[in-house]
Design a protein around this ligand. Sequence first.
Ligand code: PLP
Length: 457
Amino acid sequence: MLDRSNELNAWDRNHFFHPSTHMGMHARGETPTRVISSGEGVYITDTNGRTSLDAFAGLYCVNVGYGRQKIADAIANQAKNLAYYHAYVGHGTQASITLSKMIIDRAPEGMSRVYFGLSGSDANETNIKLIWYYNNILGRPEKKKIISRWRGYHGSGVMTGSLTGLELFHKAFDLPRAQVLHTEAPYYFRRPDRSMDEEQFSQYCADKLEKMILAEGPDTVAAFIGEPILGTGGIVPPPKGYWEKIQAVLYKYDVMLVADEVVTGFGRLGTMFGSDHYGMKPGLITIAKGLTSAYAPLSGTIVSDKVWQVLIQGSDQMGAIGHGWTYAAHPICAAAGIANLELVDELDLVKNAGKTGAYFRSELAKAVGYHKHVGEVRGDGLMAAIEFVEDKDDRKFFDVSRKIGPQIAAALLERGVIGRAMPQGDILGFAPPLCLTKDEADIIVTNAVHAIRSVLG
Ligand code: PLP
C-alpha cells in the first residue's frame, strides 16, 4: 500500500476534528497522534508498525477482540445481499428481527422488545423520550425529572450529556439541562466519612436519593439511571447492598430504574448482563458496545414488558410513535451483532470474562497494591482500576496539575500496553477484550508495575 504517513499526519492536524481531544494542542502538533492500521486478538498495530496490547478494548467495546473473520464475513454478506432497508412502519430484515430475538433470549427476566439505535448516547436519548411518553400516557405529565449520579457516564448528547455526571462534559456547553438531577456517586473509596462501612455508605447513598426525591416531589421524579458498575467515572463497583437499598427507594416512589449496560451488557462482568450480576430490576436497559464488539455501530434500548404495555396503549391513543432514526436496526450492523453474539457463545467469553477477570484483578492487586501511592485496586469481571494517592493513610489525592494518572498511562503505552487514564482523579483503568488469556493478563500486570515505578518510584 502507498505510504501516506506524512500526508496523513498533515491531513489529520488540519482537517480531522477529533472527539475528546485537546483541539488546539492537536492542531498545533503539540500532542502525539497515532494512526491505527490493523488489529488481531488483543493487539492493535499503527502505521509506524508499533504494536500495543489493547487493555481497554478500544473504548471498552471490542469484546471479542480484533480481526474476527466471522463478523467481517457477516458484514460483507449482508452488504452484498441487502445493504439497507429501513425499519419504519413495520419493516424489518432477517438480521434485525433475528438479533432482537437473540437479545431478548439473553436479557434479564421480564424484558420484551428492543429499539435499535447507533450509539450509547442515542439509545439513552431514546430512553428519556420513552420515559416522558410513558408518564404522559399514564396521565402523570409532571413526572419527568431524571436522576443520575455524579461520575455516571451516559453519553454526550444534549440530554445524555446532562445525565453524565462529569464536569468536562458540562463545562461551557450549558449543561446539565433542566429536568436532570445528580445524586451521590457510589464511590466507597471517596466516601465522605471514612468510618462508614460499605453497607452504611450504601444506606447513606439511598438516604440522599430519598431526600432528593422528597425535596423535588415524588410526583415530579420519573426515573433513575445508573451503570451497574461506574465506568468512565472511575471503574467503581457498587458498595455492598447498594442496588438493593437504591431500588427500595425507587420502588417506594414509583421511580423507574434504567440500567445503562452499554459497557456491562453481553458479558463484561462474567454474567450476560450487569443487572443480573447485581440483582437490578430495570424498566429499560441501554445496550451498545458489546452488542457488536464495535465491528459496526449499533445500540439499543431493551424495554421491559411492564413499560411496553403502556407504550402500546400510547399508540392506541395517539397513533404511530413519533420517534425514529433512518439507520435504526441497520441490517449491516444487525448482521455484525448476530455474528458477534454467536462468537461470544462459541468462545464461552462470558465465562472467560469472569474467570480471567478474577485472575487479572487478583494478580494486579498482588503486584501493585503494596505501593505507597496505590490507594485502591478495584473492579469486577474484566474491569479493573488502580487509584493513585499522594498519601495512603490520609487518603490525600495528588494535585490534578501533576497529571499522575495520564503520566502512568503514557508510561504504560511506552511499554506497549494501552490502559486508560480515567477523568476526575488519578485512576488507571483496564477493560480488555473478553478473550484475554492469563498470559496476556500477566503482560498487562508486569508492565503496569514498571510504568507505576517509572512515574512514582
Ligand atoms: N453509556 C455508557 C455506560 C457508556 O460507557 C457510554 C460510552 O462510553 C455511553 C453510554 C455512550 O455511548 P456512545 O459513546 O456510543 O454514545
